[in-house]
Design a protein around this ligand. Structure first.
Ligand code: HEC
Ligand code: HEC
Length: 580
């Protein structure tokens, strides 16, 4: 019930989100808790709270000082997800009683009042967009080591706190999770007496103290970015129709429109109508949804097809300062692992190109059909209105609508190789089409991926792969800077043994690869009696793509590494979904 209650951003995932934790308040938690009663911050930092709901709902435990600042709350800034997570802990661990409608309003107010500026969000937007990337925090090794052992470093980078609040955060960890001291926070064994390599006395601080020394100056409460943003922040005026161009891994480019309508009584709330087409197959999708803009720049929406929750897609996007473009990711899947990257641009009166159904054309082809997607295309388009530069001739405009132009092109055998700008009726679309000679090799994307067994107790985490062809470019050598990506290619997919452990037969047990679509579905979770040692169906495999070129040339092969691992048994919260 609590999960449903607290999906205030419609961003929560599974029931596993809040596992029951039998924790008894340890001394440090009591410290952290005790310090909430008094407004202990003596600095001039801290932002007053003027919202009545925050004052009543949170005020039983969090006291207000004579400057209107509430203990703990007024001294840290974060994203809507960060506020949601804290409020959820107030309920699960601190037994606060909070109605969902109040929680929603409080998350909104606190994100606007104690939020992050666009520049502060950007370096960790992968966390919010739930991207499965191999992020390496460069700021400080001790901090990376100890703060990313349970959740992603992205969560830490999306916080700004006073020095005291950083201390209290670590006290909270030690209180609720006393084992962290042994695991990572504190150094084992007695202090060292051996001088360091530079002859200086050894640094005997505990890892957590080294991390604090880094976190306090790196992510301070008061920043020039927030001072500037909070002065100019307002509700963005997004009403109207936007051009959508996106890329759905495994399915290719998508093009369409999103129409946004602001709620007149509440200008940060929008209803949306989305229609897009998969350029490769022509399949059209229509979705309806709602969205809230937080802190003047963070779009958080959810859409479905006709209200069916099984089709739900969550939208996490960043609104550019000029209100002319919005970009981010739309996702679903039990681990948010599926879904397109999306870019929206405002449609004005001029024609605008969103992209092509295919990104390349081969030299020496006499007739190839290309579809150009966009908006406001003129009713009549002549071949001369569509310009791909020298060597590429538009021989025919086969069809025109306001949103799509279909052309036939021929490419001379000596056309210059490389990306071509496209002009359509006077509008530019940069690097729209790559001219190449032949596909010399293929690569699988991503080169590394992760799946999680599931389906019995836990959900499965799927893994989508796709294959791209490359030309060696002008120098004729593979793997050099002038190589040209010539777009996705059809391949046959298979799974091969990755010999991490000799003879363990992972390829037989980890799951099923769809030979046509590149979607890997892992096997079920739990012990498998058919495996030696009754092991779980986890393992390391190669995902292999084989492309058979037209005209009898030798097949091209490429592979990627897939780690099929155990479910996230204990999901600390939604924002650790991609966290490692
Ligand atoms: C029932 C008492 C209670 C209520 C009600 C309550 N809190 Fe808390 N809050 C605590 C305690 C105890 C702590 C310290 C331990 C912890 O961080 O979990 C705390 C800590 C915090 C912190 C610091 C967390 C951090 O990340 O370091 C924030 C922020 C916070 N509360 C916000 C809120 C907000 C916002 C509300 C109202 C929606 C609220 N609290 C309502 C008891 C409460
Ligand atoms: C032992 C595992 C573990 C380690 C190590 C760890 N964390 Fe956490 N952290 C957690 C858990 C679990 C939560 C979620 C608490 C909750 O809300 O239930 C959390 C929550 C947080 C939050 C959100 C707090 C809030 O109130 O919203 C921040 C920020 C954070 N951790 C920062 C850090 C930093 C900084 C470090 C390194 C110094 C660190 N964590 C190390 C387990 C860990």
């Amino acid at each position: 019930m609590k999960r449903a209650l607290f999906c205030v951003l419609s961003l929560c995932v599974l029931g596993a989100a809040i596992a029951s934790r039998q924790v008894h308040a340890a001394p440090q938690a009591r410290d952290a808790a005790a310090s909430i009663g008094v407004a202990t911050q003596t600095t001039d930092e801290g932002i007053p709270i003027t919202n009545v709901k925050v004052k009543t709902v949170c005020g039983d435990c969090h006291k207000t000082d004579d400057q209107g600042r509430m203990s703990r709350i007024s001294f840290r800034r974060t994203t809507p997800e960060g506020w949601q997570e804290t409020i959820r802990r107030m309920v699960t661990l601190n037994q606060a009683e909070i109605e969902p409608a109040d929680a929603r309003d409080i998350v909104k107010y606190l994100s606007d009042t104690l939020g992050l500026a666009p520049e502060e969000v950007k370096p960790a937007s992968f966390e919010l967009e739930r991207r499965l990337i191999d992020f390496e925090y460069q700021g400080n090794d001790d901090t990376k080591e100890i703060c990313s052992s349970c959740h992603s470093m992205g969560r830490v980078m999306l916080q700004r706190r006073t020095g005291k609040e950083w201390d209290l955060l670590l006290a909270m960890h030690r209180g609720w999770y006393p084992l962290v001291d042994f695991q990572v926070f504190r150094r084992g064994g007695p202090p060292s007496t051996t001088p360091g390599p530079d002859g200086r006395p050894p640094d005997n601080r505990h890892p957590m103290d080294k991390a604090l020394a880094h976190l306090k100056p790196t992510f301070p409460f008061k920043t020039p970015e927030w001072t500037a943003w909070s002065a100019t922040m307002r509700s963005p005026r997004l009403d109207g129709t936007w051009l959508l161009s996106g890329y759905d891994p495994g399915y290719g480019p998508i093009f369409g429109t999103v129409t946004m309508t602001a709620n007149p009584a509440s200008p940060d709330d929008f209803t949306t109508q989305t229609t897009f087409q998969y350029a490769r197959t022509g399949r059209t999708v229509t979705r309806q949804g709602r969205s809230i803009v937080y802190t003047g720049h963070q779009w958080r929406g959810r859409t479905t097809i006709g209200g069916d929750d099984d089709t739900s897609l969550r939208e996490v996007m960043e609104i550019e300062r000029d209100w002319q473009s919005i970009s981010g990711r739309w996702f679903n899947g039990s681990y948010d692992e599926l879904g397109p990257d999306v870019m929206l641009t405002r449609i004005g009166r001029e024609p605008v190109v969103a992209g092509l159904d295919r990104p390349s054309a081969r030299r020496g082809t006499s007739s190839q059909t290309l579809r150009i997607f966009g908006a406001n295309f003129p009713a009549a388009v002549a071949p001369s209105d569509v310009d791909f530069g020298p060597g590429v001739t538009v021989t025919r405009v086969a069809a025109t609508t306001a949103t799509m132009i279909t052309v036939d092109v021929s490419v001379t055998a000596d056309a210059a190789m490389g990306a071509r700008d496209l002009f359509v009726a006077g509008t530019l679309h940069k690097a729209a089409l790559t001219v190449f000679d032949k596909a010399d090799y293929i690569k699988v994307a991503p080169e590394w991926n992760m799946a999680r067994v599931g389906g019995v107790v836990f959900p499965k985490m799927l893994a989508q792969f796709e294959a791209f062809a490359y030309s060696n470019g002008l120098d004729g050598k593979p793997g050099t800077d002038d190589d040209l990506q010539v777009g996705p290619v059809d391949v046959a997919w298979s799974v091969e043994e990755y010999t991490a452990i000799f003879g363990d037969d992972d390829a037989k047990f980890v799951g099923e690869m769809n030979a046509a679509t590149g979607l890997f579905t892992p096997a079920v979770d739990g012990p498998n009696p058919a495996r030696s040692g009754n092991r779980n169906n986890v393992g390391d495999v190669w995902i292999v793509a084989t492309h058979t070129p037209d005209g009898g040339a030798a097949p091209l092969r490429a592979r990627a590494h897939l780690v099929v691992t155990v479910p996230l048994y204990l999901r600390w919260d939604f924002s650790t979904v991609n966290g490692r």
